[in-house]
Design a protein around this ligand. Structure first.
Ligand SMILES: [Ca+2]
Length: 487
């Protein structure tokens, strides 16, 4: 009986492979992203914006957060949580199957999940394996796309579609437009109309997400999230009263509707401590924002020195900062002092987050000597820059990013010099440099002011107005307009 069931499932999978045109005409299946070690669902945020730019309902692009360091002891727990998430999406969307995307350690989690039970594999139409584990056969027999990054030119997932981006680093493979393009076509059977994120207009953007402890992804349950509009030139709050406040009881917050022209501070306030998070202006609705913090004095917060005289900053981007790649280097500075350098961010260290503080609390910057405490940690680096601080803040810290191969894009984020004894600062930079403008809004014309030609046989009622498109409904931006290699 069990063997017969397996045969039926395999046949079902083959039918799905041969029917891309049918798939493209139906509502897209929900897609679930499973991050790797030290990761979070936030690493799929920009891809979620690309999916919704191409018509996916926002509730169909979901992130799954788990404790990546505890996965060995929690394998069955995590599989049970995935079962529940998939069942909830099937119920909420009416889709019989979902798609799964794993990155790095997340590919081990998902390959194990798909191989664990044919009933689980039957609920999954397609699987995307991003720069993670190879396999000798399709996980659970599910059709698979494997995308490989730098250093994995020889890896293969046997039986799957294998794509190699040798010029993209490990997490860049997750967030790049090139990966989106192949992933979208693999999942839907059709090319995307835009691989760039399409901006939404004022009044259309809604943000929500979670506040998590890093790296366990445990929820923050004992504080408030306060959102302030800030002066982009100084980082100072425009008003002492938050524009929105969300009690954090299970980590979840939102929705919050930002002005796309405004700049904001998201402050996690807990027990006299505050963790201030800053972003570039928002371009599109998201449910995958993750505000990462830690218990004061624990975890990574134990690795840097805090005090009343200097500010501590985390500079984060879900695309590796490159410091030893010559013309392809990223530029990142704090008050003009380089954070990214050959010493602090060699490409092999895969740096996603730079921890910046006055190492030794000696009032001296020594940015060319990376912090020994971070030497053995993947994706993280520590940089000695003395940023004088005060409580309350009395000046502005200027952080400047010039993304590699960004066509001259310069991003400046200015923040107050919060003192690190009670305040911490995170700045998250976008992992994308290109966005597309939305289609033009329909233009209203009034029929009464434009008499119809005599040849027209049908006319509208007198005095009414009608809405006509301003022009052909072109794609937001042709894919060919973007360079193939985005660095
Ligand atoms: Ca120092």
């Amino acid at each position: 009986m069990a063997a017969a069931t397996v045969v039926v499932l395999v046949v079902t999978g083959i039918v799905a492979v041969g029917s891309p045109a049918v798939q493209a005409q139906t509502a897209p299946r929900p897609v679930i992203f499973v991050h790797g070690v030290l990761g979070s669902a936030n690493q799929f945020e920009s891809q979620s914006l690309r999916f919704t730019s191409n018509g996916y309902p926002i509730g169909h692009v979901v992130g799954f957060d788990y404790d990546s360091l505890g996965i060995g002891a929690n394998t069955e727990l995590v599989r049970g949580q995935l079962d529940a998430l998939i069942a909830s999406l099937q119920s909420a969307t009416g889709s019989a199957q979902v798609d799964l995307v794993g990155h790095s350690l997340g590919t081990s989690v998902l390959q194990g999940y798909l191989n664990s039970d044919p009933a689980r594999a039957a609920d999954v139409a397609r699987y995307v394996n991003l720069d993670g584990f190879a396999a000798a056969s399709l996980p659970g027999g599910v059709p698979t796309l494997a995308v490989w990054g730098r250093g994995n030119d020889d890896r293969e997932l046997v039986g799957g579609q294998n794509v190699h981006f040798g010029d993209q680093t490990h997490t860049q493979v997750v967030t790049s437009p090139e990966t989106f393009e192949v992933m979208y076509e693999f999942l839907t059977g059709a090319a995307p109309s835009s691989r760039d994120i399409v901006r939404q207009r004022a009044g259309e953007i809604e943000l929500s997400g979670r506040a998590h402890l890093f790296p366990s992804n445990g929820p923050v349950v004992d504080g408030d999230l306060e959102i302030y509009e800030i002066d982009p030139g100084s980082g100072a709050r425009l008003d002492a009263t938050p524009v929105a406040t969300f009690p954090l009881t299970d980590g979840a917050w939102g929705p919050f509707a930002p002005d796309p022209a405004a700049h904001y501070e998201f402050a996690i306030v807990r027990n006299g401590n505050a963790h201030h998070h800053y972003f570039e202006p928002f371009v599109r609705s998201s449910r995958l924002m993750r505000l990462l913090t830690s218990e004061p004095g624990e975890g990574l917060d134990a690795l840097w020195e805090r005090g009343p005289d200097h500010a501590n900053l985390v500079l984060l981007r879900n695309k590796e900062w490159w410091g030893d790649q010559g013309a392809a280097n990223d530029e990142l500075t704090v008050d003009g002092t380089p954070v990214v350098s050959p010493e602090t961010a060699p490409v092999g260290k895969r740096v996603l987050a730079a921890f910046v503080w006055d190492i030794g609390m000696d009032g001296v910057s020594n940015p060319g000597v990376p912090a020994p405490a971070f030497a053995a940690l993947p994706f993280l680096t520590g940089v000695d820059i003395n940023v004088p601080a005060a409580a309350p803040p009395d000046t502005t810290v200027a952080v400047r990013s010039v993304p590699r191969l960004g066509n001259g894009l310069v991003v400046e984020v200015n923040v107050p010099n919060w003192a690190s004894d009670n305040d911490r600062i995170t700045i998250q930079f976008n992992d994308f440099t290109v966005t597309a403008d939305p289609l033009p809004l329909p233009v209203e014309t009034t029929t009464t002011t434009t008499p119809a030609p005599s040849s027209t046989t049908t006319t509208s009622g007198g005095g009414s107005s009608t809405t006509v498109p301003a022009g052909p409904q072109a794609a937001a931006r042709p894919i060919s307009a973007s360079p193939r290699f985005t660095g």
